[in-house]
Design a binder for this molecule. Structure first.
Ligand code: NAD
Length: 502
């Protein structure tokens, strides 16, 4: 299937029409060599509102479809995605520069969350609660919200949609998706496949899963529309802050999945071979462009020198190159701005006295593509650019002396997404995952910070936004909860024993 290297053949393999070239549309360039892939029309402001109103109308009937029947659509969609794993994965590579293995892994995540959601469609459990009154029943029931708005980032152009869509659909909501302007083709393909599946199931597709193309202003219009009951937004903290404020002003629900500045603590007892592998995948994989990428390594002073030597020798040899080619482990950065941000962070690190290894641009033969060798930056204390998220492959390393100090360093940044400890000491592992340990939404032991499974709730604290998506009971964010008290007696006893006789 290696012929699947261009937009036409990928869309053909998906059984979808390739997007029509629109001379005035959004230009989509591949980060592989900077060439133009397509020009995709933005959705005009008037059509944004029409699409949301269609989704609202559709939600009024979709909510009445029994949840297991809604699950049928998600099951069929997951199966269609599984059948088309190769073209979808290659489209991710083409549009975002992820290596093919990671593109395929992202598509697998779509399949996995669909399977999870199908099971969930028969498990949207409420509660019965003991009532304090005789002949009374107290219940908790869950109902669809209506329209769920999804705003997604460039770096997970399919999985983030699927995490939201699979759950939101079985929960009885309709969708309006505003994908990243840097990855509209992945959105056209995945949404196209969802609608194609719905048609094959004999469903009316109008308003079920609307797609809005465009830049930030389109996302702002989505957030502003009163029919959108939940905005699930994935991207930078700057974006999330704006969305959070806009939603709060409307008393609208938001589910925020924002930036991360993720750390791993390496203790004296750690298995260093395991640390090196985990750090290489977490820090250099996806060219450092995962929200969960490892950005800070907090290393006990006693093992600092040997670990640094091993890391340097691995980073020096990492195969940087065309992400379509077998053997490549590090593909390109998404664009020139990402490259400039990385170089600025390295300059700032040098200004605070850091020792910078690697990080320079690699020649992969293309002037308009930005390939870099992942950097290791040694600092004597956590300072300068280390305390901010730079969306690029930079691994800052600092030494520590006491475990409490290491935990304090882990927690001393604005974000709170992912974290890890490498240790064979049970106490350290337990403390790290306890109330006085990591303050992040994800706290791992002896595995890296990236590569979460869909079964757990995904998300983070502080400036990561506090949202939870994907597994566990994250589905509750896509429904509204009602408490129902039912009196099946013939008297009217009041709660708390209040007497009010008329
Ligand atoms: P970005 O914030 O630039 O854009 C994300 C999306 O938000 C895009 O669709 C964009 O058009 C839209 N947008 C921007 N401003 C908006 C506004 N004011 N109102 C409505 N929509 C707006 O992010 P990016 O560069 O595409 O992605 C990288 C960032 O995303 C990193 O910070 C990364 O950590 C984060 N991220 C987080 C997660 C997570 O689950 N926590 C997952 C992936 C990426």
């Amino acid at each position: 299937m290696s012929h699947l290297n261009d937009v036409q053949s990928i869309f053909q393999a998906l059984g979808l029409n390739a997007p029509a070239d629109s001379p005035a549309g959004l230009e989509v360039h591949t980060p592989i060599d900077g060439s133009l892939l397509a020009r995709v029309d933005s959705t005009p402001a008037t059509q944004v509102n029409t699409a949301i109103e269609r989704a609202h109308q559709r939600s009024l009937s979709w909510r009445n479809v029994p949840a297991p029947k809604r699950g049928d659509l998600v099951r069929a969609f997951g199966e269609a995605v599984r059948r088309h794993k190769e073209p979808l994965g290659r489209l991710i590579t083409l549009e975002t520069g992820k290596i093919v293995q990671e593109g395929l892994g992202e598509v697998q995540e779509v399949v996995d969350i669909c399977e999870f959601a199908v099971g969930l469609s028969r498990q949207l459990y409420g509660l019965t609660i003991a009532s304090e009154r005789p002949d009374h029943k107290l219940l908790e029931t869950w109902h669809p919200l209506g329209v769920v708005g999804i705003i997604s980032a460039f770096n997970f152009p399919m999985a983030v949609f699927a995490w939201n869509a699979a759950l939101a659909l079985v929960c009885g909501n309709t969708l309006v998706w505003k994908p990243s302007e840097k990855a509209p083709l992945c959105a056209l393909a995945l949404n196209g496949l969802l609608l194609q599946t719905a048609r094959e199931q004999g469903l009316d597709t109008e308003g079920l899963a609307e797609l809005l193309m465009g830049e930030r202003s389109v996302g702002e219009a989505l957030v502003a529309h009163p029919a959108v009951k939940l905005v699930s937004a994935t991207g930078s903290t700057t974006m999330g802050r704006a969305v959070n404020i806009a939603c709060a002003a409307q008393f609208k629900r938001s589910l925020l999945e924002l930036g991360g500045n993720n750390a791993a603590i390496v203790c004296p007892s750690a298995d260093l071979a395991l640390v090196v592998r985990a750090a290489a995948f977490s820090a250099a994989g996806t060219a450092g462009q995962r929200c969960t990428s490892l950005r800070r390594l907090i290393v006990h002073r006693s093992i600092y020198a040997p670990l640094l030597a091993s890391l340097r020798s691995v980073f020096e040899r990492l195969p940087v190159g065309n992400p379509m080619e077998d053997g490549t482990l590090v593909g390109p950065l998404i664009d020139a701005r990402a490259f400039e941000a990385m170089q600025l962070a390295l300059t700032q690190a040098r200004e605070v006295g850091a020792l910078v290894h690697f990080g320079a641009r690699e020649s992969v033969g293309e002037a308009d593509a930005f390939y870099v060798r992942p950097a290791i930056v040694e600092l004597s204390s956590q300072s300068g650019p280390m305390v901010h998220e730079t969306f690029a492959p930079i691994l800052y390393v600092v030494p520590y002396d006491s475990f409490d100090e290491a935990i304090a360093l882990n927690n001393a940044v604005a974000h709170g997404l992912s974290s890890a400890v490498f240790t064979q000491d049970l106490r350290e592992a337990e403390v790290f995952t306890s109330a006085r340990g990591s303050d992040c939404g994800i706290a791992n032991v002896n595995i890296g910070t990236s590569g979460a499974e869909i079964g757990g709730a995904f998300g983070g604290e502080k400036e990561t936004g506090g949202g939870r998506e994907s597994g566990s009971d994250s589905w509750k964010a896509y429904m509204r909860r009602a408490t129902n008290t039912i009196n099946y007696g013939s008297t009217l006893p009041l709660a708390q024993g209040i007497k009010f006789e008329v």
